[in-house]
Design a protein around this ligand. Sequence first.
Ligand code: PA5
Length: 446
Amino acid sequence: MIKLDISQTACGVDIAEIDALKNAAVESNKLLHNGQGAGNDFLGWVNLPSSITEAELAAVKAAAKGLASRAEVVIVIGIGGSYLGAKAVLEALTDSFHYLHKKRENPYVIFAGQNISETYTYELLDALKEYSIAAVVISKSGTTTEPAIAFRIIKAEIDKRYGAEAKNHIAAVTDKQRGALKTLADSEGYDTFVIPDNVGGRYSVLTPVGLLPLAAAGIDVDEFVRGAQDMEAATGEDVPYEQNIAAQYAAARNALYKKGYKIEILASYEPRLQYVAEWWKQLYGESEGKDGKGIFPASVTLTADLHSMGQYIQQGERILFETVISVANSQRKVEIEADKDNLDGLNFLAGKRMDEVNKMAELGVVLAHVDGGVPNIKIEIPEMSAYWIGALLYMFEKACGISGYLLGVNPFDQPGVEAYKKNMFALLNKPGYEAESKAIFERLGK
Ligand code: PA5
């Protein structure tokens, strides 16, 4: 069971102020189900887990197996919602030092197209020389510049290496009809998976966008989906507020926002969850940051960041609240041994598991931060397994939809992300941007 604890928010908000949002949270959840809220053409994710068929999962797994059988490295090309979900789940469920183990059962799954760095791309191509490769290219619009550039480069490499066989080394995930990637995939005969029209990028981890790369990496996608399905049921429209942790989390963070807590820090004591936080930041940042509103989503990995960000959190401007993803059970065991000389003075920890120390750090930090005026929300998952990560991600999606409606925004659009693209295309003299190019060069005095 995933548990939510909002009792440590009292330093910033009365429980009554959270409860005051209870009915609105329930109504917001209903809007997600009855499709009467803003952005209702992008609600395909709400019932997505329960609508995934055995056949769909089997097709994803078969394609993943095909790629994995042909490649030691699978390069997943995408950005934003077409990248972060797979990256988050993969990191959460993968041995932190897998690359040091000489024996491997599954290919390395790595990422490209999430930046335009020449250094990154050069080094990637250089490293790939030593391996057989395949690619999964993911873009809903099929026109996003970053992954399009990366795919052009990696496709050329695959074409050069494998000739007529190249198409068996590439799979595409894109819109069912439109976009340059769809045209390309059709013309080259790639195995192609569809991102449903009504599922936006940041809500797409349970579509082939997330499932295909994860299956290629050997992640148990059945369990991942099953966790999400159970959380879908646990946060359904008829589930009472008291039992619906997505509604409660949404209400708590909105109550805090109303009291001036404008920054939410997602914290975890497990480094493997760092990219869950990156995924969460996109989900909440893109969904809520608009119309001059929104909680700014930030993240820290602890205890590491206590030695960098800890000072600010403890004593900086009091506009922060913290949400901790706590992992109840460590699946690995490392015990701290006694030392006969005890020169480091650590014998008081002898016989304890590291996780026990980590948990005491977590509790100590929560209490210190609360004392420092940082309200704390705790989300506890039983363990870092495919099932619980699936449940957690769906819970965050559901809470985000509810929260966006509570905030009074459309949580399913992202009009602001176009601004930089217009400038970049103008600066690069993209055909069709002549007027913008003229204006931007005048502005720059060039
Ligand atoms: O959530 C979103 O919609 C965005 O982050 C997109 O996923 C991102 O911009 C990539 O878009 P596309 O999948 O069309 O390449």
